[in-house]
Structure formats: structure tokens, C-alpha cells
Write a protein that binds this ligand. Sequence first.
Ligand SMILES: [Zn+2]
Length: 425
Amino acid sequence: MGNANPSISSFKKLGTLALGLLILATTFGCGQIDISLIKPSETKETKKVTKTEEAPKEVKSKKEVKGVKQVPHIPVTKVNATEEEQQTSRIEEAQQEDESSDEKESKYPRYTWEEKSKIVKEYCSKTEKTFTRYGWGQSNCENYAWQFVRTSVNGDPLIWRTYGEPATDDDHTETTLIMCGVHGDEITPIKFCYDVLQYMEKISQGKVIDPHTNKQASLKGKLVIVAPLVNPDSYFKKRPTRTNANGIDVNRNFPTRDFNKLAMKSWIDRYRRDKRRYPGKKAMSEPETIFQVNLIYRYRPDKIISVHAPLTMLDYDGPASEHTGGKLGSRANQLLIRMSEQAKGYRIKNYPFFPGSLGNYAGNERNIPTFTLELPTSDPAKANSYWALFKESIHSAVMHEIRGKGFVALDQEQNPLREKKQSNN
Ligand SMILES: [Zn+2]
């Protein structure tokens, strides 16, 4: 990320509101996790029904992809026709690849079940080694029911895992996408996502008490998608790097509207050709970028949390409280404040977004509230303390319904929990 040039942020006005605090009564220790890999045929169960009201700025697809009613497109403004077509076609192909992953007639190469298992096994063994090296204990990587469609530049699987139980009928399923390891040299976020996984596992097993209800916390009506390591190639290097195996910053490679006009220009003028921030010649040229875009297409999250380090701040991109956002923006901003308060008043900073960045692509252009959590350092020895600091915030982020009925407003009547928190901690 670059120099801050914060504009006035609406969420600051909410700063005086009292906050709801969730108390997490949890017990640690790893439960038995049984499935090692979700079979392709099972993946469709987790797919969301498209919410038609959600893509106001986007044009309907010419081709309708199976299982998805509406495929948003790259807006046509400010992009010359050829490049726009290329971007669109890359998105369509990638999208199709994901959606048809269990169909034999697909033109894309497919992994067999055995091949997939083998790839994941090798990947997990590498992950485990890094956990040992950093003194993190066991990753449990091999025990999780991963999904993956494509691989990184160097052939590692780009994996994700879902938790939750979609709402029945037409009820809203609050969907939260959590991604870590976009920059492979930011070590702590990767452990952070594995802690998130373990925590979701515990909620799923009924081992977490929800402070609002004093009952078992439940992921009913919730969908949580965790992608713990978006950029494995750079993380697995002997000396981890920020950029991927092609030397591209995958958080500058998103197909934002300003990419063609500004990404290279900003890299040259603003970053003085800093290799760590190279956006690539074309948007979405990298599998790790396509991976993130497709998670957004596939699940249409209500909110996204992307974990980085070491800028020590919580940043928000997305609809604002007053103008474009209305209810959505207001709720997202309240969540931002809540997440900060629950992490000892963690610094909220309105960081700008960049050509080709996730905050720009998802938050700015698609109105998906996007939270960037920058942990304080990349020091692996501190990873456990970061999870302890943000556990409540992540719990809130998952449970806090930005679109659904279950939104809990930030007001004092509803938050007597503040007092209780001290006694329970
Ligand atoms: Zn980063």
C-alpha cells in the first residue's frame, strides 16, 4: 500500500456510539475434522442464489452461466474496446471454469479426485512445515474439507473452505468472505486465517456460546468462506515475497475500471517502479487474482475481510453511511467501529484504494463492504496474540448481518454486554 491520502470518512461520525461486545466463551483444543477434500459434485450445495438487487452498476451477461442467474461484467466505461473485451472474456472464461468444474464436457483441464487429493496433500505438507518453522503448532491443513479449482503460477492449489448453513427459503444468507496471504511475505495473516478456520470449526461443532443469546453460537443463515493463502508461491519461498511467482502484486491486478488508464501510471509515478507493487501489464493476468474475483462471483459476499500486515489499522472500502450507501453503508460502518472496539480500539484509518486493488474492485466499484485488517507486524512469533486480539471482531464480522434481519444496531440498550465482558475475560 502507498501513501495515505484519507478523505473525510463517514464512519468517524459514528465514533461516539456505544458498542456491542460479544463475549466468546470458547474452549480450545482441536476437534476431529473428518473430510479431507470436498468432492466436485458437492460444491454446488454451497453456492448462493444470486441476489438480483446487488449488481446495480453492472451489465447483464450475454451468456448465462449455469447455476448463476446474473453474471456481472466489467463496466465498459474508461476502457478501450479491445482491452475491455479481453478482460471480459477472461472473467467469463474463469467464471465458466468454476461453474462447470464438475462437467466432463468443459474445455478446461480437470483434475481427477485422486489428483486433487494428491495436490492438496503435498500443499498441506508444505504448509505444515512452515507452521513448524514458525512455531505455530499444527495447521490441521490436511483435515480440512478444501475446495479448489485452479492452481497458482507454480502449481499450488488455491484453496478455500466454507462454513455455515445457508438460510432456508428466501431468507437472507449473510455471507462473509475472509482472505489471507495475498502478500506472501506478510506471515502473520496466514496463521490468522488458520485460527479463523479452527474457530469456525468450533462454532460448527456447537462449542462456542453466543453472548447475545447465551446459547450455542450458530452459523445457521450464515455462510463463511475462508481462503487462508491466496498467494502460496510467495509464501512458500525460502524468503517470502510480496509479489507472486510472476513478480506481480496480486492486490494491484484486479480488473478495476481505472486499471488500463492508471495502474501502470501510478506504478511509475507514485511507486517509482517499485517491484513490490508491480500491477502487471493486464488486469486479471494472474491466477491468484482470478481466484479472488471468482470467490466474489461465486459467493457474492455481503462483506469481505482481507487480512494483511503490518500497517496496524483497519481500513474500510465500500458504501458510505450518508451518500450512496444508505442502510448498507451505515451498517457496514457500524461493524467497522465494532470490530475496532472489540480489538482494544484498534486504529481505524481511511486508506485510499488503488488501481487494481481489492478495495477498489469490490468495495468501491461493487459496493461490497470490504474491510482490510492490517495486523501490527509480520513477526510469526506474534501471530497467536493477533488472533487473541481480533477473535471477537471476527466473530462479530461473521454474525453481524449487513443485509439480513439479524442486524444488531450499535446502541446502548442492546449492549449491556460491555460490563459482562470484563468479568468474563
Ligand atoms: Zn499486504
